[in-house]
Design a protein around this ligand. Structure first.
Ligand code: DI6
Ligand code: FE
Length: 423
């Protein structure tokens, strides 16, 4: 083990079990697969300088004399450490809630029927338009805190409930403000093409023109959006309309993502791939051709088991094809008031395993490495490796699979964000 000569690292965590989530080999450090039990050696260490990891691995000499390696030494107490969790698809900022629709759906109404009758997304649009930016921030904060308590260090937040230029920008500003109020990185996504606002009834083309011609340029020039998304679905926007929005995003230098093939196969995955999208999300109805196109384009698959569960969907996303084509699989909460009122990313791990038959290891990669890739952050987030951001979580678990196994437990011991312990 060689250490940079002279200077010591700022900090070192010792006595840890590392789930590095590095691809290409067993991601759980030096601990053999069959030794994943209490008693497996806790000989991992993480060295940190500033907000970066400089070392993550096994080095006995660090554990023996940690104070020779760093100014500050932290004892992980034998705990497992994973990268900070990434929730790469949320609609965290919104007004009101839709508990009434939940009851109507339980009484037999479908999500699509409610949407066509002016409820659904449009009902959240009414509440979001009526809310001030401050009110949106205040409503979102407790939801954000639930995600943070379970180890999230980076989250994505979409607009899509304003559907006017000013109300969409208001949502994005609220999302940006959340990042100033808590120690979390927020990536914002403009989802102007989420639903047709009522005042554009019968004039869908005009609304698409507003999004592509005015909203995308404003969000880009004001630095409020990190990406652009669209809901491509029979009850929302056609592939051609989504493409028009994406063309505008590209002209303004913004990467794209797509709500694709959630309720029907409109070729959304292939469309996303054609635009080199960071991710295509949902994918329940995606065909093998769509998966192949994603693989070629490097587009990440984002699975949203909360929405699948809450809408009582039965059509499974094409997991076998995603594996066959080696498409990275991310998992996210899809927090939103209509189809996924889910404030637990760990629950999504459990659901992805029980509902989609992901392995616990795939599920964990989905909220770390692949989640980071889905946001274009794969170069320095989602793994424990030198050069990566010092965002990590110490867990009270016996083995990584416990994160997917327990329902309703929160074994998060504490979080390190940018090299500093988060209170
Ligand atoms: N798909 C979803 O799961 C959310 N948006 C989308 O395009 C649901 C949004 C809602 O029902 O409010
Ligand atoms: Fe969504």
């Amino acid at each position: 083990m060689t250490k940079p000569s002279g200077a010591k690292w700022d900090k070192v965590w010792v006595n840890a079990r590392l789930a590095t989530m590095r691809p290409g080999f067993w991601p759980y450090g030096s601990i053999a697969k069959d030794a994943l039990a209490e008693g497996a050696p806790a000989n991992g260490a993480i060295g940190v300088e500033g907000d970066r990891i400089v070392f993550a691995g096994i080095a006995a000499e660090i554990a023996d004399k940690p104070e020779q390696f760093a100014h500050e030494v932290f004892d992980a107490g034998g705990r497992w450490i994973t990268p900070g969790l990434v929730d790469c698809h949320t609609h965290l900022v919104f007004g009101g809630d839709r508990a009434d629709e939940f009851e109507r759906r339980l009484g037999g109404a479908t999500y699509e029927e409610i949407a066509r009758a002016g409820g659904g997304i449009r009902s959240t649009v009414r509440a979001t338009r009526a809310a001030s930016e401050d009110a949106l921030v205040a409503a979102a904060l407790p939801r954000l805190d639930r995600l943070l308590a379970e180890g999230a260090t980076t989250i994505e937040i979409k607009s899509g409930y304003g559907l006017t230029v000013e109300d969409e920008l208001k949502q994005l500003r609220a999302a940006r403000r959340l990042a100033q109020l808590r120690r979390v990185d927020v990536k914002t996504t403009l989802l102007g093409a989420h639903a047709l606002p009522p005042e554009f009834e019968g004039r869908q083309a005009d609304y698409v023109q507003l999004v592509a011609g005015e909203l995308v340029p404003r969000a880009a020039s004001e630095g409020l959006a990190d990406a652009v998304d669209a809901f491509c679905e029979k009850i929302a926007f056609t592939p051609a309309e989504a493409a028009a929005v994406f063309d505008s995003a590209k002209r303004h230098g913004l990467p794209v993502k797509l709500h694709a093939d959630q309720l029907s196969d409109l070729g959304g995955a292939a469309l996303a791939a054609k635009f080199g999208a960071l991710s295509a999300d949902h994918l329940e109805f995606t065909s093998e051709e769509g998966v192949a196109a994603m693989a070629k384009a490097g587009t990440v698959a984002v699975l949203l088991p909360g929405a699948f569960y809450f809408l009582r969907e039965t059509k499974q996303p094409p997991i076998a094809a995603l594996r066959r084509h080696k498409v990275p699989i991310a998992l996210a909460s899809d927090v939103n008031p209509g189809s996924s009122p889910a404030l637990s990313l760990l629950l999504m791990l459990n659901m992805a395993c029980t509902l989609f038959r992901l392995t616990p290891e795939e599920a964990l990669a989905g909220v770390t490495r692949a989640g980071a890739q889905a946001l274009g952050l794969g170069k320095d987030r989602g793994m424990l490796a030198p050069g990566y951001r010092a965002d990590f979580v110490l867990w009270n678990i016996a083995r990584p699979a416990d994160l997917a196994y327990w329902i309703g437990a929160n074994p998060c011991h504490h979080v390190v964000k940018d090299g500093r312990i988060r209170a």
